[in-house]
Structures are given as structure tokens and as C-alpha cells.
Design a protein around this ligand. Structure first.
Ligand SMILES: [Zn+2]
Length: 319
């Protein structure tokens, strides 16, 4: 990533965790039969089922929206490649632990694919640790092919777009979100986001973190290996190009959400998931509301950084 890439920074509203528990629990109860949010010590995320390269979600929490869907559609811009280590520096947090949702660099991987970033970036004297996964379409059977990024690739690059949460990767206090049996139409992430949007109507808040779908199934998509050669001009075009799958729990999801866009042309929610049974991709919603169970860990971000915001923008393909 060129050092001249433009970065904009805005401070976000950060309520006390106890206040967020009350607000979010009330919101979740309109969408789930059971919902409980408490402040807990972050579980050790280096352990099962997470196996992240860092222990926790704490220390200087921030989010970033890098690039954007306009670099993917209507037609791909292949020169849009970013390095997680450079992103960490742009976030004024070299060595940050970064998680979230993005696309691979097709220059590195040789095709298009979903990326589930989980990276401890490089810092003085320490090499980066890349625990990311990628999910692509298996050319042999047209199904999902999930791989550990570091099994094949050495870099920490990604392409086109990324919605990322960054922190020092330390233990500490976080929000524990438990919800089960979905009664409303919203996904867990959309419900959290809309609750914040409704309660803090004049402020921008963001949450980042991880959650597990413990029971049930979920709808995901994976982008095809080949970029579209004809322009994708509508949500219908995009959905016809994407490959959709129903995948099974347990799924480990990484999520970034923003209650209200402070005029940075943000994608307001983005969640990618991986599993230990070979399925992963871009999460929409569970498809088994009667039995679904979620448990997750989140923190509010103090800042949002907008990196390499597209000059020509549109609202297509942001679901
Ligand atoms: Zn995605």
C-alpha cells in the first residue's frame, strides 16, 4: 500500500460497557426469544474454537473501512492491494491484532476469494503472524473450499475491500452477547447495529469482535474465482454472480458494525465466518431461527479510519 494513500479518521461515541449491556439486551429481546448481555473477562481467543493469533480483543480498539465495493463492481480494479502491516501503521497501531471481513489479493492468490482476516501485524523485531482463512469455489465440485491462508501464502495482503477491527490483542473486559431462538427478521449483527442506531440516533458507534453460531445453519456467499467480465450494475446482477450456500454450525464469525455512517461512505456491517469443518465465507443470517444459538464477544471502537475511500461510489452490493 502506497504511503500516500489517503486516510481519514473520526472519533466515535464510546458508552460505558454496562450501559451498552442494557441498551443491546433490550434490542436483542425484540429479535430473539432469549438474549443476555454481560460484561465479562475476554475468553482466551488463542484457544479452541477460535485459535486466533492473539489472546483478546482489548487495547486501543478501532475499526477501519479500507477500499470498498466500488473497487469490485461494476468492474474489478486489480491494482487495489493492501498490506495488513501498512494498515496497522495507518491505524496508528503497528503490531495490532486485526480481524474482520475482506477479499483476498488476487495478485497473491491467483484468483478471487473471500478472506477471513486474523492477523497479528509486524512490529519492531517481530514478524507478522497470519492466522487468516480464505474461502473460494472449489473448481472440482463447485462447493466451498476453505483453506488456512498461511498454508500457501507468505504475505499479509488483501484486495479491494476490508472491514476490520484492530486492537492490541490483549485480555480485558468485553461484552458477552448470548442470543438464541430468533423471533425477528434481523441477523444478530443487523439487530445489534439497528439497536445502536435507534438508541444513539445522533451519534456514531461501532462494535467489532467475534461470535460463534453454536447450533443451526447459516446462509453465506462466496465470490467466484473469476471476476465478472461484464459490468455488475445492480444488486440482482451481483447476486447472480455470487455463489450462495447453506453452511452448518459451529461457525466462528468476525464482525464489524457501525450504527451510523459519519459521512465516510462506510459499509455499515460486514461479517465473515470460518469453521473447523471446511466451510466459510460471507455471513448473512442463520436459516434455522427455531434452534439457533449465538455467543459472541465485542468491544466498542474508539475511532474509525477510512483508508483509500473510492472517489466514484455507489450503494450496490453492500449486503
Ligand atoms: Zn463479505
Amino acid at each position: 500500500m502506497a504511503t500516500c494513500t489517503k486516510t481519514e479518521k473520526i472519533q466515535l461515541h464510546v458508552p460505558k460497557l454496562e450501559e451498552l449491556c442494557e441498551v443491546l439486551q433490550n434490542g436483542l429481546k425484540s429479535n430473539f426469544a432469549d438474549a443476555q448481555i454481560t460484561v465479562v473477562e475476554c475468553p482466551d481467543l488463542s484457544q479452541d474454537p477460535f485459535n486466533f493469533p492473539a489472546k483478546g480483543l482489548c487495547g486501543s480498539p478501532r475499526i477501519t473501512d479500507v477500499g470498498g465495493v466500488p473497487y469490485l463492481i461494476p468492474l474489478v480494479q486489480l491494482d487495489k492491494v493492501y498490506d495488513m502491516n501498512a494498515v496497522a501503521k495507518a491505524l496508528e497501531l503497528p503490531g495490532a491484532f486485526i480481524l474482520g471481513a475482506g477479499a483476498v489479493s488476487s495478485k497473491s492468490v491467483g484468483m478471487n476469494a473471500e478472506l477471513m482476516p486474523l492477523v497479528v501485524t509486524a512490529s519492531e523485531g517481530k514478524l507478522a503472524v497470519n492466522g487468516s482463512y480464505l474461502a473460494s469455489i472449489n473448481p472440482a465440485d463447485g462447493k466451498c473450499l476453505q483453506e488456512k491462508y498461511s498454508d500457501k501464502y507468505r504475505d499479509c495482503d488483501f484486495g479491494l475491500l476490508g472491514n476490520l477491527y484492530a486492537c492490541e490483542g490483549k485480555p480485558g473486559k468485553v461484552l458477552e452477547v448470548k442470543a438464541s431462538r430468533r423471533t425477528g427478521e434481523y441477523s444478530l449483527v443487523t439487530c445489534l447495529r439497528k439497536t445502536l442506531e435507534n438508541h444513539y440516533s445522533d451519534k456514531s458507534l461501532a462494535l467489532g469482535g467475534t461470535f460463534i453460531i453454536q447450533k443451526g445453519k447459516a446462509k453465506i456467499h462466496i465470490m467466484p474465482r473469476e471476476f465478472s467480465s461484464c459490468p455488475l450494475n445492480s444488486n440482482e446482477d451481483v447476486n447472480n454472480w455470487l455463489k450462495h450456500f447453506i453452511v452448518s454450525a459451529p461457525l466462528v464469525c468476525q464482525s464489524v458494525l457501525v450504527s451510523r455512517d459519519p459521512d465516510l461512505d462506510l459499509r455499515v456491517e460486514h461479517t465473515h465466518c470460518f469453521s473447523h469443518h471446511g466451510e466459510g465465507g460471507h455471513y448473512y443470517i442463520d436459516t434455522t431461527p427455531d434452534i439457533v444459538e449465538y455467543v459472541g464477544y465485542f468491544l466498542p471502537a474508539e475511532f474509525v479510519y477510512r483508508i483509500d475511500r473510492p472517489e466514484m461510489t455507489h450503494k450496490t452490493g453492500r449486503d
